[in-house]
Design a binder for this molecule. Structure first.
Ligand code: GLU
Length: 314
């Protein structure tokens, strides 16, 4: 049996909020309950949005919660740096491979133009790229490059990807009609999340990806990209998002729910207990440590749909 390797992969664009804590807790419990190891990967691809001090605060918050990791963050590990900002040469290598295979093309469309155009919009608001720049000639590309730096897109095949999510169950997605050609390098030269996440999950040996349900729509393309690059895709578990007691989705904008504030109001065990209760792991929201939750942890207890925080608790 292969050893489980789980991971938490936050984008340090601010202080950890309650949704991040739930994700880290469930990912950690899943890995630890299988005697697996756990990695902390810092997804700071965008240097302007992700100053190092936020990554350091994430480590401090995880340690405060009692969530340990075996490799990653400032600890490093066998895969070198676990800060995406330090892995550009690695992404370039895989980008070049895809380019040699003829799968990458420059795209000059602005985001505004795409949203305004009659491109198909999916139910979650995403736009399927209509292929505007797919067939540009070399001369057209050269001409357009004089006025605008292109993003680089990956040409998806006419394939449907089927997978079984650990919580959401069987999922299928048609790459041409529900995903479309997607960006793997932005026009400012920064490699896109979709490429970096696949390369890192593969090279860091991640076998199990636990993350918010808002990323379910990225999974089919990531599975395809894993296979395209010769990697075995990990298993995926997309966890419910958090609502307040009135059913309102919590977001990063709820500043009173970031750990800077929550740490002044709750002990780590109180916070863990409240989240574990909301996620169906314990009957009452009483204080508990992550370690105490390991023996009884099972995904079968966690609902697939949105979770509600107890009224008045936060
Ligand atoms: N960095 C992403 C986030 O913080 C998560 C990516 C992933 O888990 O695949 O939303």
């Amino acid at each position: 049996m292969k050893q489980t390797v789980g991971r938490f992969a936050p984008s340090p664009s601010g202080r950890m909020h309650l949704g991040n804590v739930l994700c880290a807790l469930l990912a950690w419990l899943s890995a630890r309950s299988q005697n697996g190891s756990f990695i902390l990967r810092i997804e700071d691809l965008d240097p302007d949005r992700c100053p190092r001090r936020y990554a350091d605060l994430i480590e401090d918050d995880l340690a405060w919660l009692g969530l340990t990791w075996d490799a990653g963050g400032s600890k490093g590990g066998p895969d070198g740096s676990y800060y995406q900002s330090a892995r550009t040469a690695i992404y370039q290598h895989y980008f070049d491979r895809l380019q040699q295979e003829g799968l990458v093309y420059p795209c000059f469309c602005s985001r505004a133009a795409l949203h305004a155009a009659s491109a198909p919009h999916l139910s979650d608001g995403r736009v399927v790229y209509p292929g505007t720049c797919r067939g540009l000639t070399a001369a057209q590309v050269a001409e357009k490059c004089r006025v605008r730096r292109p993003a680089m897109r990956l040409r998806v095949p006419d394939e449907t990807i089927a997978f079984t999510d650990g919580l959401q169950g069987p999922c299928t997605e048609s790459l041409p009609t529900e995903c479309g050609d997607f960006i793997i390098r932005r026009s400012d030269g920064v490699f896109a999340y979709q490429l970096a996440v696949v390369v890192d999950d593969a090279l860091e040996g991640v076998t199990e990806v636990v993350r918010g349900r808002d990323l379910l729509g990225s999974t089919a393309r990531q599975i395809w990209l894993h296979r395209q690059l010769g990697f075995a895709p990990p298993d995926f578990v997309h966890i419910p998002l958090l609502n307040d007691a009135d059913g309102r989705r919590l977001s990063k904008r709820d500043a009173d729910l970031d750990l800077g504030v929550l740490r002044t109001r709750f002990s780590p065990a109180q916070l863990t207990g409240a989240l574990a209760h909301a996620a169906g792991l314990i009957d009452r929201p009483e204080p508990v440590t992550p370690r105490e939750l390991i023996p009884e942890f099972s995904w079968s207890k966690v609902p697939a749909g949105d979770l509600c925080l107890p009224a008045g608790f936060f």
